[in-house]
Design a protein around this ligand. Structure first.
Ligand code: DC
Length: 229
């Protein structure tokens, strides 16, 4: 069996993982796994089915059978469907992120999504974005990156993103939310947010997105000299 190369990009909310992972996947011509979207979708499926977000026994079968599709629209924008409904906007709200963080703390939900995540590894390669990509889902990944940024910078980035989308939010409320989510994501017993011992740590505070992507591609090229240009 030919092994599919995987690059994992883990880190806390607002560390820039999403943007950077997309750009890196595009530059390499590799598939992308946005694992956070899966947890957001499970939470949304739970809400739609009237299942409480702390009910592991109720959520695990939903996670197992999650009927989702990722695609792109006319202008190349990313679209996500849950069953027959387009839910792209619905899963990107702050509330959906908080819901995701709650269901992601449940070991049965994480277990139900494990194999589905691994199936994203298809030739010529995969960039996997999340919290436990390098530690749990793809421990054998050739390239592991752990992105960080100061809490203030992460809240500032999220604030800018929301403003661009026309969503009202205060910096103070976002800082609080980020701190809460960080705490829940890093102190849960199931796959907490920690850097894999073999991950390359990159503090992106004050760095432009392009510079972060370039640095990551440099690392990837170094590690995978025979597999990427
Ligand atoms: O990356 P994101 O903001 O879309 O993720 C939403 C939540 O899902 C995040 O607060 C923690 C959780 N998550 C996780 O526990 N494990 C992952 N691999 C990805 C996300």
């Amino acid at each position: 069996m030919n092994k599919v190369p995987v690059m994992t990009i883990d880190g806390p909310s607002g560390s820039g993982k999403g943007t950077v992972s997309r750009a890196a996947a595009k530059a390499l011509g590799w598939a992308l796994l946005d694992s956070g979207a899966l947890y957001r979708l499970v939470a949304l499926a739970g809400r739609k089915a009237g299942v409480s977000l702390d009910d592991g026994a109720g959520l695990a079968p939903l996670a197992e059978k999650l009927n989702i599709r990722f695609g792109s629209g006319e202008t190349g924008e990313e679209l996500v469907w849950l069953d027959d409904a387009e839910v792209t906007g619905a899963i990107r709200t702050e509330e959906a992120g908080n819901d995701a963080s709650k269901v992601a703390a449940l070991p049965v939900v994480r277990a139900a999504l494990l194999e589905r995540q691994r199936r994203f590894a298809v030739p010529p390669g995969l960039v996997a974005d999340g919290r436990d990509m390098g530690t749990v889902v793809f421990p054998q990944a050739e390239v592991k990156i752990f992105l960080t940024a100061s809490a203030a910078e992460r809240a500032g980035r999220r604030h800018k993103q929301l403003k661009e989308k026309g969503v009202a939010a205060t910096l103070a409320a976002l800082s609080l939310e980020i701190a809460e989510r960080d705490l829940r994501d890093s102190t849960r017993s199931a796959s907490p947010l920690v850097a894999s011992a073999d991950a390359i740590l990159l503090d992106t505070t004050g760095m432009a997105v392009d510079a972060v992507v370039e640095r990551i591609l440099e690392v990837a090229r170094g590690r995978l000299s025979s597999q990427v240009e």
